[in-house]
Design a protein around this ligand. Structure first.
Ligand code: ZN
Length: 304
């Protein structure tokens, strides 16, 4: 397994630069999404804000600073990695594949923390489900009230404010895909693993627990009328330009910035925004950093 991992990781890494987070919708059918590798990451990051989900909206600044993420990026990655699950050698792709590699991926200690770091090195606890999911009142490229339309309360409120502010300036943003349950991600991954084998599936699909969409704090957006949903062409739209200039004012960040591929593990995805709270967002954007850098986390592509 170790061996497989290493080679798999190398390939996965290169692929990651392509696949990005298209996981959202496309994952379901065609494309590759986030892939993962295991490593340890920092779990310290999310140390506190556990239950204060709701309030963050208002005082996110406050809590963040004290809570887990001290303003100084110092949550380090020195933690004991806890694998939430026994690493079962999954020969059976039907089980939960994610578990197999747990030994090298740390588990977020405080998954409810607003700025929680979730990437290929830091995953959410098994079966984690946000407790405050709601349906943000914004336009999506579909009309059904389904899972991927939901977001955690604080993120949903911020999203509504942001879409409304954009609209006043003639910018019409559209939601594409937000929350994705652990079950959905697991089923998705298992289908791929069953079809292509575990190692191969890992290269193009996010292991359960490692997709930011499972936090309920991330959403992929599109331009006016659903233009360029989770696609590279979105980067050339006026909506994308507006987002880049204003997201942090609403507590969001462009999670996978251009030029930071080796740190985030994903290629540039102008459409994937992540709610982290205004205070953290301003610090990250102000320094031109990533969430990984904010937490002083080990770069995703670093090591193996
Ligand atoms: Zn995404």
């Amino acid at each position: 397994m170790k061996t497989k991992f290493v080679s798999g990781a190398a390939i996965a890494l290169s692929l990651a630069l392509f696949a990005g987070c298209s996981n959202n919708d496309k994952t379901a059918n065609e494309k590759p999404s986030h892939k993962t590798e295991k490593h340890e990451a920092d779990k310290k990051n999310s140390e506190t804000q556990k239950n204060k989900t709701d309030e963050n909206k208002k005082n996110d600044d406050t809590k963040k600073s004290n809570g887990n993420v001290s303003q100084d990026p110092e949550p380090k990655k020195d933690q004991e990695k806890k694998k939430n699950e026994p690493s079962e050698p999954s020969a059976d792709e039907n089980k939960k594949p994610a578990q197999k590699n747990d030994d090298s991926v740390s588990v977020a200690a405080h998954p409810e923390s607003i700025p929680v770091l979730v990437n290929k090195r830091s995953k959410l606890p098994e079966n984690y489900k946000p407790s405050d999911l709601v349906y943000p009142d914004v336009a999506f490229i579909f009309s059904e009230k389904i899972e991927k339309r939901m977001m955690r309360k604080a993120a949903a409120d911020a999203l509504e404010d942001m879409f409304a502010a954009a609209k006043k300036e003639g910018i019409n943003l559209t939601g594409v895909s937000a929350y994705r349950s652990h079950e959905t991600q697991t089923a998705l991954f298992n289908n791929y693993a069953k079809r292509d084998g575990y190692e191969k599936a890992r290269m193009y699909s996010a292991l359960p627990g490692t997709s930011e969409h499972e936090t309920g704090l991330a959403i992929d957006v599109a331009g006016d009328g659903g233009k360029c949903p989770a696609q590279d062409c979105f980067g050339d739209t006026q909506e994308s330009k507006w987002l880049a200039e204003h997201v942090s004012d609403f507590g969001f960040i462009i999670r996978y910035p251009e030029g930071k591929e080796s740190i985030t593990g994903y290629k540039y995805e102008p459409w994937h925004i992540r709610y982290v709270g205004k205070s953290v967002a301003h610090k990250i954007v102000g320094k031109g950093e990533t969430l990984e850098e904010y937490f002083n986390a080990v770069p995703v592509s670093n090591g193996k």
